[in-house]
Design a protein around this ligand. Structure first.
Ligand code: PHE
Ligand code: ZN
Length: 857
């Protein structure tokens, strides 16, 4: 273990304010690939002149300290100590009033393969400082509650030199930037390189003109328009819906190829993974377009929720992330279809967050301990964090929510805030006590709500019970407040009770509905009003009834989902022909031209195998990956055989015509068409897919066709054609790597992954390429969990290779193992062996060490 890795566990309870106030930070940076010089001047003042505190600055091992002065003079070396990642200057060596600390360090961006701090990506200098990257650039109090304005001078011969805030002045080889908004250092950024801008502008509602630039490498200009248009839409939406205006003269977005995450909200200078900016119909799919629009919005929205109001400490991460995800979800609902967006978001939540909650990595949206904060950028913090806000909005109503948000912005602008602050504005704005609600932030685990019904003399009683299974460190789970949106549908299909919200606050509670003529069917958890698992006794015919008649789009889709899951669960346990009710219900849905294409497409997608496994585990059944796979294949085939004529008709009729548009309507047609193709390819030998791959004019259909061919093991020609056409396009080649493993039949997937990993263009140090391959294997459920352990071993080998190069990426990918405990003893033994091999690695990073030890605890 290196020094850096020795940092102990951090606890929320140990929070102490920083004993100094900062009033300005000035940076003067001379860029060079292996020896960048960083001069920093920090104006600071002790908060308490009588009780002098030591000055502690964070600084990574890679900082080569040249000079250090206080008000121009070097302090007595006896009072300066550098230990691990901390530089301490004893209180005795510090003035009691305002002073300026100046340091000069040298760093090596070229050697930075972890992509944290200052690094080079294809000749472009760029930075990533969230969460704790700034300490690899200079000595600094690297914590989000220390905020100040920044003045930055960059020196380099490269033509484009960018930093946060507004441009002040520039000349040959230098540029100066000033950010007037106090910010924590995790929002600092600089970029230098040969870049070109796709330019636009936006006039704020108070009439200020903002210059917008999307910076890309020369040659990529024609793929940046969609991002620019998305940015303009986001800026307008945040003004209209939240009353939030942009606050600088310029907004810059830069794309880089090497990036650990999706994108980063640095003040006025967002940095994006190029896959979340660059798009053309020939290279990007509909899903890519939708994601680009959402992430551009997400990063832009952070300007208020994250930057103007930031987090007091990293335990509060979901304060900015949950809220910003919630806001980007609202934005997408407004830009596209609210019903479709809700269903997509729930699919993601169930696939990723429920799975996280079921295993050894479960944690609350606001964790209270961590070793490495980068391990907590999770589905729980992001997606569940957003669900919690959705519940809050439902409980206080739309108007209450609007009032609370106005108060939040008014009260906390300029603050580094906490979840307590956030809840308090809701209490103050609405008068509601949120004491019990807070458990959603502090408790891990997915509550299971069990519902039974009792019908007598025109009265329907609903008996509800809530239980949350134990999670690591939290054996007992008190009851939470759970908003359950529900309605009642009469036997003739009419709604007899429109959407009503039941508030479950006790472990057990009953609700009565009186004076009902005939027994209605209960439509429960409308709009997925709470992130819970609902257990109820409902037979297939009632589910089919809801799929046909529910007025709530989510609940309607979910009824179909339930039918599919029960068919798959039965199929996986060896029951033959279990899918009859589901197949028949889908037939009625397909024939109904009154139902929009997007909804039918969603209903045609079978639950993923991962989702089936999560469902079985929640029912205390050990999932058998091979049996689940076989059951899903069989059900797909049953659907295709039963509905071939209508599927073929849909496939032919929805042929793309005219120019490509990434909008909701056109992409819904493509989604339905491809869903039909995937089913048909089960019985046409892949003929349609082969033709579509050769003729489609857009990447959405080409990838859809290619996935079908890969699944059938007849993609060789198509793959070669794609490689010939797009060999030099990284983003398309990432798809090429990914699809071959993700869609491969389970028996061949690991071998294919191994072959691909040996290719010279498997540039594994690039996070996108690494994820394309390793993430695809993790997503191929029966292959990753292959009975012989080959999926585990292959993954572990690569994690061990990646860890010393880029610990964040290795640690993140290790979550592929997070479900290992739910499988059979044989698989568990093999998975544990793989994890123990990683754990035994000498000088394993703090990132991976924390992940692996939580998983084998
Ligand atoms: N804060 C970024 C976002 O959610 C994510 C991120 C975290 C990026 C850490 C880089 C590093 O928008
Ligand atoms: Zn974010």
């Amino acid at each position: 273990m290196t020094q850096q890795d020795k940092r102990p566990v951090q606890y929320l309870a140990d929070y102490r304010p920083y004993p100094f106030t900062l009033s300005e930070t000035r940076l003067d940076i001379t860029l060079a690939p292996t020896g960048t010089r960083v001069r920093a001047e920090i104006d600071m003042q002790p908060k308490d002149a009588r009780n002098a505190a030591d000055l502690m600055l964070d600084g990574g091992a890679g900082l080569r300290l040249g000079s250090l002065t206080i008000d121009g003079a070097a302090p007595d070396p006896a009072f300066v100590r550098r230990e691990g990642e901390v530089l301490t200057i004893g209180a005795a060596a510090l003035p009691r009033t305002a002073f300026t600390l100046a340091t000069e360090v040298e760093i090596d961006p070229e050697a930075n393969t972890a992509f944290e701090g200052l690094y080079l990506s294809n000749g472009i200098f760029c930075t990533q400082c969230e969460a704790e990257g700034f300490r690899h650039i200079t000595f600094y109090p690297d914590r989000p509650d220390v905020m100040t304005t920044f003045r930055v001078t960059l020196r380099s011969d490269l033509p484009v030199l960018l930093s946060n805030g507004n441009p002040v002045a520039s000349g040959a080889g230098w540029a100066e930037w000033h950010d007037p908004w106090p910010k924590p250092c995790y929002l600092f950024a600089l970029v230098a390189g040969e870049l070109v801008a796709v330019r636009g502008s936006f006039t704020t509602r108070s009439g200020r003109e903002v210059a917008l630039n999307v910076w890309v490498r020369p040659g990529d200009e024609d793929r940046a328009d969609f991002a620019l248009v998305s940015l303009i839409k986001s800026m307008r939406w945040d003004e209209e819906v939240y009353g939030r205006e942009y606050d600088l003269e310029v907004f810059n977005i830069v794309t880089v190829d090497d990036f650990n995450m999706g994108a980063m909200e640095n003040k006025g200078l967002n940095i994006f993974n190029s896959k979340l900016v660059l798009a053309s119909p020939e290279t990007a799919t509909d899903a890519d377009y939708e994601r680009i629009e959402a992430v551009i919005a997400h990063e832009y929205f952070h300007n208020w929720t994250g930057n103007r109001i930031t987090c007091r400490d990293w335990f509060q991460l979901c304060l900015k992330e949950g809220l910003t995800v919630f806001r980007d979800q609202q934005f997408t609902s407004d830009m596209r279809s609210a019903a479709v967006k809700r269903i997509e978001d729930v699919q993601v939540l169930r696939a990723r967050q429920f799975r996280e909650d079921q295993g050894p990595l479960a944690h609350p949206p606001r964790p209270d301990r961590f070793e490495e904060i980068n391990n907590f950028y999770t589905a729980t913090v992001y997606e569940k964090g957003a669900e919690v806000i959705g519940m809050l909005k439902r409980l206080v109503g739309d108007e209450g929510y609007a009032r609370a948000l106005d108060l939040y912005f008014a009260r906390h602008d300029g603050d580094a805030a906490t979840i307590e602050d956030w809840l308090k504005v809701f209490e103050d704005a609405t008068g509601r006590d949120l004491g019990q609600f807070k458990r959603w932030y502090t408790d891990a685990g997915t509550p299971v709500v069990t519902m039974t019904e009792e019908w007598q003399d025109g009265t329907l009683a609903l008996h509800l019970r809530q239980e949350t299974p134990p999670t690591p460190g939290q054996p007992d789970k008190p009851a939470r407040v759970i908003p359950l949106a529900m309605g009642l549908i009469g036997p003739n299909g009419d709604e007899v009770l429109p959407t009503t919200v039941l508030e479950l606050t006790e472990p057990r509670q009953s609700f009565r509905f009186e004076a009902l003529g005939a027994r209605p069917v209960v439509s429960m958890l409308r709009g997925f009003s709470a992130p819970v698992m609902l257990r109820r006794q409902l037979d297939d015919s009632a589910r089919a009834f809801l799929l046909a008649h529910d007025t709530d789009a989510f609940a309607r889709w979910d009824a179909g989902r339930d039918l599919a899951l029960s068919a798959l669960a039965a199929g996986a346990s060896g029951e033959a022909g279990a899918g009859g009710a589901y197949v028949a219900a889908i037939g009625r849905l397909l024939a109904d031209e009154g139902i929009d294409a997007a909804f039918r497409a969603l209903c045609l997608q079978l639950p993923s195998e991962e989702e089936v496994a999560t469902h079985l585990h929640a029912d205390r059944t050990v999932p058998d990956p091979a049996a689940i796979h076989a059951a899903r294949e069989a059900l797909a085939r049953d659907l295709a055989e039963a509905h071939e004529p209508v599927l073929a008709e849909i496939y032919t009729r929805l042929r793309s015509e005219g120019p490509y548009s990434p909008g909701a309507t056109a992409s819904a047609d493509r989604a339905l068409r491809l869903a039909a193709l995937h089913l048909l390819s089960r019985i046409d030998g892949g003929e349609r897919a082969e033709i579509l791959f050769g003729t489609a004019g857009n990447m959405t259909e080409r990838m859809g066709a290619l996935a079908a061919l890969v699944r059938l093991g007849r993609a060789e020609r198509a793959l070669a054609a794609m490689r010939d056409e797009f060999g030099s396009n990284r983003l398309v080649m990432d798809k090429w790597f990914s699809v071959q493993v993700m869609a491969a039949p389970p028996e061949t997937a690991v071998a294919i992954a191994r072959e691909l990993a040996a290719r010279p263009d498997f540039d594994w140090k690039n996070p996108n390429r690494f994820r394309a391959l390793m993430g695809a294997l993790a997503a191929n459920h029966p292959a990753f969990h292959a009975a012989d352990g080959s999926g585990y071993d292959f993954t572990a080998d690569w994690l061990m290779r990646m860890d010393p190069v880029n610990p964040q990426i290795a640690a993140r990918m290790s979550s592929a193992f997070e479900t290992w405990v739910r499988y059979d003893a044989d698989r568990r033994a093999r998975a544990r062996q793989a994890l123990e091999r990683i754990a035994a690695l000498e000088s394993l990073s703090r990132n991976s060490s924390e992940m692996v030890s939580r998983m084998i605890a």
